[in-house]
Design a binder for this molecule. Structure first.
Ligand code: FAD
Ligand code: SF4
Length: 329
């Protein structure tokens, strides 16, 4: 690990004044690992734990504002979140371990990086090391022909097939959250769908943040009256494991027909994967298994497996069908 300057910011202005080359540190559960592996080599760490961003508050429009420093545990166990946004609580509680969730923050979870084993190799992207276009553009992608069982089947490019690992983000995609930021150029609101980037030709560009820009809040819209929401995560073991496939559903059924639905998938996409195709196949249709199977087909129609991860396509279809059954039961 290279040496770095550590400062603790007492205000947002002070945090934003950090020079280029610095990174914010929140819970540290991702960043410190990546620094030990030489994946991240910031010249400075700006500790943002003193910032007044640790509240969950009602918004005047009936939605909920979540501070970027709200710990994953506090968010998951919040009474309003459990009542009105159950999918978010379930998604967070399905991730990591209680100890990690006690440290991990909303902002840090949004910005966690892929678990691709080649990306996390200290020598990736260096001469003699594994090729990794995300670590060092132009060095290739060792995962394409290598160990890719955990990798993505949706949103991939010929430069990178790394999966986005977050559970929380899949629920936020289905809830159509918005992200509030503050940076050297001022404040911005970013739609959740625009926050994480597809790899395309530049897998090293992972999100819409500008250098030095701080996530301040995540806003959830007013809950949909009469809707039920569910997060289902399928993985190699029952806890403390990343998703092979997961699905977040928010659905409202009236008179046996689907009147509102949002579907997002995890473990299979290069970003938290909202499936407009599945939603189109569900809207207005009878809430039954036949409809759910059509939706699952539509959701995975564009899937591109790479050898070892071909099983994910069928697994993800089944995950979509089962989570739709649960959300409409
Ligand atoms: C063993 C293990 C298992 C895990 N399993 C799961 C799992 O099953 N599912 C899952 O979803 N996650 C899992 N995780 C990931 C975990 O959720 C993340 O490590 C955590 O959410 C990161 O939050 P943090 O506050 O610790 O971030 P940090 O490590 O402090 O920061 C992460 C990144 O976010 C940036 N950042 C943090 N806050 C802000 C902000 N406000 N504005 C701008 N940038 C910011 C930092 O600069 C850094 O680049 C696991 C992690 C570990 C170590
Ligand atoms: S999948 Fe992406 S992160 Fe993994 S080795 Fe290939 S380029 Fe790197």
């Amino acid at each position: 690990m290279q040496t770095f300057q550590y400062t603790k910011a007492a205000s947002i202005d002070k945090a934003l004044a950090a020079g280029s080359g610095s990174k914010f540190i929140a819970g540290g559960t991702t960043l410190v690992d990546l620094m030990k592996l030489s994946v991240e080599n910031p010249s400075g760490l700006v500790d943002i734990n003193l910032l007044p961003l640790d509240k969950i508050e009602a918004l005047p429009n009936g939605g909920l504002r979540i501070g970027a420093m709200v710990r994953n545990s506090d968010l998951a166990w919040n009474a309003d979140v459990q009542k009105d946004y159950a999918v978010l609580s379930q998604a967070i509680l399905s991730g990591a371990s209680p100890q990690l969730r006690n440290m991990a923050t909303t902002g840090g979870n949004l910005l966690q990086r892929t678990r691709c084993v080649y990306f996390r190799d200290p020598n990736a992207g260096t001469p003699g090391g594994y090729g990794c276009n995300k670590r060092a553009p132009g060095t290739g992608c060792a995962a394409m022909e290598g160990f890719n069982r955990m990798h993505a089947v949706l949103g991939t490019s010929d430069k990178c097939i790394a999966t986005h690992p977050s559970d929380m983000c899949v629920a936020m995609a289905a809830l159509e959250a918005t992200i509030q930021t503050e940076g050297p150029k001022g404040k911005r609101t970013i739609a959740f769908a625009d926050f994480h980037k597809l790899p395309g030709d530049t897998p090293n560009v992972e999100n819409a943040l500008e250098p030095g820009e701080l996530v301040t809040y995540v806003d959830l819209p007013k809950p949909i009256g009469g809707a039920k929401s569910v997060y289902l995560k399928l993985r190699d073991r029952a806890s403390y494991e990343f998703a092979l496939a997961s699905c977040a559903v928010v659905a409202k059924v009236e008179g046996g027909h689907i009147r509102y639905v949002r579907v997002a998938m995890g473990g299979v996409g290069t970003k938290p994967w909202r499936s407009h195709e599945a939603e189109a196949a569900l809207m207005g249709k009878p809430a039954n298994v036949e409809t759910f199977k059509h939706a699952a087909e539509a959701a995975l129609a564009g899937a591109k497996p790479h050898g070892e991860n071909a099983f994910k396509v069928e697994l993800a279809r089944r995950c979509v069908v089962r989570s739709l059954k649960m959300a409409t039961a």
